[in-house]
Ligand binder design. Structure first.
Ligand code: FPP
Length: 254
């Protein structure tokens, strides 16, 4: 059997999925979309949709950890989300603080590293304080790394990285001719982490929305019409099943 075929998962006649545990994506990134539509379909306020979205985070983190995923990056608030009505922005910030306070013990007990990416200095102080404290208290854990992308934008991240590189050159720490992919990666918020193998976007939209622009060069994309609050463990398995049945050639030939 060709080596790459061994990395595939299979599906039984009854439709059940058998994942290949030797080929679980190391890093999964998720654009948690569709909370608002989920709420609208139920005649509920949008914030209830976001609350329901937090429940999904809880379930999906557990499942990713169980499957052996090493990094999960969740797009929770983009640099563009400030354009939303003030009430919604404030409700999202409250939800974040509530989530970190309520879930901390459980996540810590499960050995999760609670990390953040994005410019959190622009978030309300109650959020940045809680995020920094959660990171400080979990940074030595050895389990799954959960990156909460907050006030995150792929373009802002690249701009920040370019500025840091320019400063390093100015300070004589780096030569222009030494700039390569590794140097750029090490100036991104995801420094030291593998690029995402799989990017998942529920809710039917098929765009990147300024997410992990540098890191997604060879990521596999998976889309579905399910809104994030309804995204289940079985949907996660379907996404990984598809991932395991694709040929990742990274520009080469199999
Ligand atoms: C996109 O759905 C979702 C967001 C912009 C926020 C995601 C936030 C959470 C799931 C909860 C808060 C996060 C944490 C980490 C506690 P949308 O509102 O754009 O949905 P729509 O496109 O259907 O309107």
């Amino acid at each position: 059997m060709f080596n790459f075929l061994k990395k595939r998962s299979t599906i039984s006649d009854d439709g059940s999925i058998h994942l290949n545990y030797d080929n679980i994506p190391k890093h999964i990134a998720i654009i948690m979309d569709g909370n608002g539509r989920w709420a609208k379909q139920r005649n509920l306020p949008r914030t209830i949709g976001h609350k329901a979205g937090v429940e999904t985070i809880r379930r999906i983190i557990k499942e990713c950890d169980k499957l052996g995923v090493k990094y999960i990056t969740l797009y929770a608030f983009s640099t563009e989300n400030w354009k939303r009505p003030k009430d919604e922005v404030s409700a999202l910030m409250d939800l974040l603080v509530e989530y970190l306070k309520k879930e901390f013990d459980e996540l810590n007990k499960s050995n999760v590293v609670i990390n953040h990416i994005g410019d959190i200095s622009k978030l309300p102080e109650r959020c940045s304080k809680e995020l920094i404290s959660a990171y400080e208290r979990t940074k030595d854990n050895t389990g799954i790394v959960m990156n909460l992308a907050l006030n995150y934008g792929g373009r802002s991240e690249i701009i920040d990285g370019v500025k840091k590189i320019a400063q390093d050159i100015k300070d004589g720490k780096l030569k222009i001719e030494d700039i390569d992919e590794e140097v750029i990666s090490s100036h991104m918020y995801t420094k030291g982490m593998p690029d995402p193998d799989l990017i998942i976007r529920p809710s039917g939209e098929q765009r990147l929305s300024n997410f992990l622009l540098w890191q997604c060069a060879y990521s596999e994309f998976w889309y579905s019409n399910i809104n994030w609050p309804d995204f289940s463990e079985s949907d996660l398995h379907k996404a990984i099943y598809d991932y395991q049945n694709r040929d990742r050639r990274f520009g080469g030939i199999k």
